[in-house]
Design a protein around this ligand. Structure first.
Ligand code: KG4
Ligand code: ZN
Length: 346
């Protein structure tokens, strides 16, 4: 089955063509980072308008790259949520209209299921069951995954998501938008143990997270080392970045190990934007290796938002017979655990 995938949930327009026989044939990605940079965050209305501008030329582009014609497509998958309402509607409307015109099935996909299944696009994919750590700008969740659509939430962030904490901390340090990857790059040049950052909620049982205290700790540290209106000196900024990143990474690693122990599973899948973080990969690699476990990621470009993960997840659901109707079903708030196993797998 040849599936067109469309992602427009936030500030990336992503399109891809996935073939159930031959794998990923092509993908295109356009990031709106420059558009939102001046505002220090995503402006929803600007995001929707830019998706509208980009989506049709990108459709032509991805079909050309895949060396196929519109008529060759057998199904379409779009991100139906969670995400920004207006932005989601752009991808959803195009998918539904195109599906109607071509008389092919269309399915709405959960964005985080897309992230969760992105490592399946790699040469050596994980095998069910596994524990998934979903770490993005909007979510930090530990999920027990039995099969596609069979998800049990083990724990989640009670306040900020890990990516959000990275972005907010970067903002406090006047780093450019989006701050997460920039902060991570600076952290490599800092000293991890100059300041003792807390590892929130690791001293008590459970698999939930909380990152807002870490943010406050960082804010106080910055205030303490500020020279008047000026930021702390360069080395102190680097050391704060390193200490902050280390605290987030350690917290995530501790909770992942705990989740594996609790479920008795040996396989961990890490997905979402923060899974691109090198220090997280390094420390999870060591931890899992010590426990005879395996850890799987998507390739770097598929850790953050993209169309390939939506094409893949949608293809699995379309093959199982799942369909969304012509009435656009956008769900900006949509818990992952509400998903069900696609019919034929059931
Ligand atoms: O999955 P994603 O592209 O979008 C959402 O669904 O939210 O994740 C974006 C998030 C942002 O918060 C970004 O700062 C963070 O992932 N991120 C990183 C890194 N690369 C992206 N955080 C830490 N280290 C990175 N290397
Ligand atoms: Zn995402």
């Amino acid at each position: 089955m040849l599936v067109l995938g469309i992602e427009t949930s936030c500030d990336e327009t992503g399109l891809a063509v996935y073939d159930s026989e031959r794998g990923l044939l092509a993908h295109t990605l356009y990031s709106q980072v420059a558009l939102h940079a001046d505002y220090g965050g995503v402006v929803p209305e600007l995001a929707s308008r830019d998706h509208i501008r980009k989506i049709l030329p990108m459709l032509d582009q991805v079909l050309e790259k895949a060396e196929i014609n519109k008529r060759d497509i057998n199904g379409i998958a779009y991100t139906a949520g969670p995400g920004l309402m207006g932005a989601l509607m752009v991808g959803g409307s195009m998918a539904t209209a195109l599906g109607f015109a071509l008389e092919i099935p269309v399915v709405g996909v959960h964005h985080m299921e897309g992230h969760l299944l992105a490592p399946m696009l790699e040469e050596n994919p994980p095998v069910f069951p596994f524990v998934a750590l979903l770490v993005s700008g909007g979510h930090t969740q530990l999920v027990s995954v039995n099969a596609i659509g069979d998800y049990q939430l083990l724990g989640e962030s009670l306040d900020d998501a890990a990516g959000e904490a990275f972005d907010k901390t970067a903002k406090m340090l006047d780093l450019d938008y989006p701050g997460g990857p920039i902060l991570a790059a600076l952290a490599e040049r800092g000293q991890v143990d100059r300041f003792s950052f807390p590892r929130p909620m690791t001293d008590r049982p459970g698999l939930d997270f909380s990152f807002s205290g870490l943010k406050t700790f960082t804010r106080n540290l910055i205030e303490k080392h500020r020279g008047g209106d000026l930021l702390p000196d360069q080395q102190t900024v680097l050391d704060i970045c390193a200490g902050f990143q280390e605290a987030v990474v350690d917290t995530l690693v501790i909770k992942c190990q705990r989740a594996l122990q609790q479920t008795g599973l040996k396989t961990l899948v890490v997905a979402g934007g923060v899974s691109a973080n090198s220090r997280l990969r390094e420390k999870l690699g060591v931890a899992l290796n010590n426990n005879n476990g395996d850890v799987f990621y998507a390739r770097h470009e598929f850790c953050t938002d993209n169309g390939a993960m939506i094409a893949y997840a949608g293809c699995q659901r379309l093959i199982a017979g799942e369909r969304s109707g012509l009435a656009l079903a956008i769900t900006p708030r949509w818990p992952l655990q509400d998903l069900t196993i696609p019919r034929e797998i059931n």
